[in-house]
Ligand binder design. Structure first.
Ligand code: ZN
Ligand code: ZN
Length: 52
């Protein structure tokens, strides 16, 4: 099982409840951990795209 990291806080996605989706701009896969989803922490893709 790959150890992906949260795009926002860089925490390993060891706990369930995380999500992943494509960046609407560059299609890079973005990961968000349970905590960042819950707290609506903004993310920033490596292409510079920012979103909630
Ligand atoms: Zn996170
Ligand atoms: Zn992007």
């Amino acid at each position: 099982m790959p150890t992906e990291k949260c795009t926002s806080c860089k925490a390993p996605l060891s706990e369930p409840g995380w999500t992943k989706f494509e960046c609407p701009k560059c299609r890079e896969v973005i990961y968000r951990c349970h905590k960042c989803r819950h707290q609506s922490v903004p993310y920033e893709c490596k292409c510079g795209f920012q979103g909630p």
